[in-house]
Design a protein around this ligand. Structure first.
Ligand SMILES: *Cc1c(COP(=O)(O)O)cnc(C)c1O
Length: 394
C-alpha cells in the first residue's frame, strides 16, 4: 500500500519533527536526574520549570499550578480520586456527564464502589450538557463537577464557561478533561472558573506518556503517586525530562499556530462534511455542527456496520475510527452516540475522521470518493437496505 491517509488524530498524533529534535538531547546528553545536586543534572530542573511556564502561559495559569503526569488517563484518575479523598468528609456526591472518556467514567465507577454517588448528566442531540439539569443535580453534598471540554468522538465543545460559573456560584470544584481541547481551542482557566484540567502530550503532536493536571492554587488535593518529593510532593517519580521537553515544545507549537492551523482544519472539515452530506444518502452528521472541534468529523451511515467500513477504508490506506467500542472487546455501540439519542443500529454504522495540520484537500477528495464507493458496496450487501429500497419503490 503506497498511500496512507491518517485521519485518526483524536486517537493519537504524529510527534512533530521539531518536538523530537527538542527531546533528543535529553536522552543522550542531558540525561541527569533533576533531583541530583551536581550542576550537570540540576540544570534539568530549570528546563522542566521552563516547560511548566510555557504550558501555564497557554492556560492563563501559574507555573506552580501545573503538575506533570504520565498522560491524560492519569490526570483524570488523579483529579477524581484525590478530590474524593480530600473532600469526602464534606460530601460524597460528584456530577459528571454521560459522554466522558472512559478515564473519567471508569474512575467514577470505582468511586461508586467506595461509597460515592455519581450523577451522570444527559446531553442533548448535539452532545451538549444541559445546564438546567446540571443546576438541578447540585446538592448540599456535591463536591465536584467534572465535564469534558470537548468530546473525543463527536467533537462537541461544552459550555465550559457557564458550567464553571455554576460550579463557582455553589462553591463546588470544577474539573475538565481538556485532552482533546488543549491546543485546539483557546482556554483560560480563570475566565472559565476551572479548578482542575487534564491534558495529554500525544494528542497535540507531542510524545506519548506525558500529560499534566492543572490544579488551581488552594485546591486541597492529595498526591496520587507516592514516593519522592517531585512535583511539589504531589506526584512522585523521576521527572520524564525528555517527555516534558517534548510536551513543552508541542504546547508552544500548538498555541502559536492555533489560529491559522484551526482555520485551515475547519475549512477542510466543512468541505468533507458537505461532500459526504450531498453525495452519500441516508447519513447523519453527529455532534454540534458549528460548536465542534476544528478537526472532527463524525457520521452515521444507515444500513452499514462501522467495523466493515473501517476495514474497507484500511484497504484503501485510510486510517479512521468507528463509533463502537470493539477495541475493548465489546460490540456495544459507543456510549457517546447512544447518549445523543442514536438507536443502536444507527450508532453501529458510525465513522470518525479527525484531521491534522498535514491533511490536504486532495486527501479528503480521495476519502470522499472511497467512502461513496464503500458505503454503496456495503449497502448492496445489506438485506436491510434491500428491504428499504423495495419499500421505497412501492
Ligand atoms: C486520549 C484521551 C484521554 C486519555 O489520554 P492518554 O494520554 O491517552 O491517557 C482522556 N480523555 C480524552 C478526552 C482523550 O481523548
Amino acid at each position: 500500500m503506497d498511500r496512507l491517509i491518517y485521519l485518526d488524530n483524536a486517537a493519537t498524533t504524529k510527534t512533530a519533527p521539531e518536538v523530537v529534535e527538542a527531546m533528543m538531547p535529553y536522552f543522550t546528553e542531558y540525561y541527569g536526574n533533576p533531583s541530583s545536586v551536581y550542576g550537570f543534572a540540576a540544570a534539568n530542573k530549570e528546563v522542566v520549570t521552563a516547560q511548566r511556564e510555557k504550558i501555564a502561559g497557554a492556560l492563563g495559569a501559574a507555573p506552580n499550578e501545573i503538575y506533570f503526569t504520565a498522560g491524560g488517563s492519569e490526570s483524570d484518575n488523579w483529579a477524581l480520586v484525590a478530590t474524593a479523598e480530600a473532600y469526602g468528609a464534606k460530601g460524597k456526591h460528584i456530577i459528571t456527564s454521560k459522554i466522558e472518556h472512559h478515564a473519567i467514567l471508569h474512575t467514577c465507577e470505582y468511586l461508586e464502589k467506595r461509597g460515592f454517588e455519581i450523577t451522570y448528566l444527559d446531553v442533548d442531540g448535539n452532545g451538549e450538557v444541559k445546564l438546567e439539569q446540571l443546576r438541578e443535580a447540585i446538592r448540599e453534598d456535591t463536591i465536584l463537577i467534572s465535564v469534558m471540554f470537548a468530546n473525543n468522538e463527536i467533537g462537541t465543545i461544552q459550555p465550559i464557561q457557564e458550567i464553571g460559573a455554576i460550579a463557582k456560584e455553589h462553591g463546588i470544584l470544577f474539573h475538565t478533561d481538556a485532552v482533546q481541547a488543549f491546543g485546539q481551542v483557546p482556554i483560560d482557566v480563570d475566565a472559565c472558573h476551572i479548578d482542575m484540567l487534564s491534558a495529554s502530550g500525544h494528542k497535540l503532536n507531542g510524545p506519548k506518556g506525558i500529560g499534566f493536571l492543572y490544579i488551581r492554587k488552594g485546591v486541597k488535593i492529595r498526591s496520587f503517586i507516592h514516593g519522592g518529593a517531585q512535583e511539589r510532593k504531589r506526584r512522585a517519580g523521576t521527572e520524564n525530562v525528555p517527555g516534558i521537553v517534548g510536551f513543552g515544545k508541542a504546547a508552544e507549537r500548538a498555541v502559536t499556530t492555533m489560529k491559522e492551523r484551526t482555520a485551515k482544519e475547519r475549512e477542510l472539515r466543512d468541505y468533507l462534511i458537505k461532500r459526504i452530506e450531498t453525495e452519500i444518502p441516508y447519513c447523519r452528521l453527529n455532534g454540534d455542527r458549528a460548536n465542534r472541534l476544528p478537526n472532527n468529523i463524525n457520521f452515521s451511515f444507515q444500513f452499514i456496520e462501522g467495523e466493515s467500513l473501517l476495514i474497507m477504508l484500511d484497504m484503501k490506506g485510510i486510517c479512521a475510527s468507528s463509533g463502537s467500542a470493539c477495541t475493548s472487546g465489546s460490540l456495544d455501540p459507543s456510549h457517546v452516540l447512544l447518549a445523543i439519542g442514536l438507536p443502536h443500529e444507527i450508532a453501529h454504522g458510525s465513522l470518525r475522521l479527525t484531521l491534522s495540520d498535514e491533511t490536504t484537500k486532495e486527501d479528503l477528495d480521495y476519502v470522499a470518493e472511497s467512502l461513496k464507493e464503500i458505503v454503496q458496496n456495503l449497502r448492496n450487501m445489506s438485506p436491510l437496505y434491500e428491504d428499504f429500497v423495495k419499500k421505497q419503490s412501492k
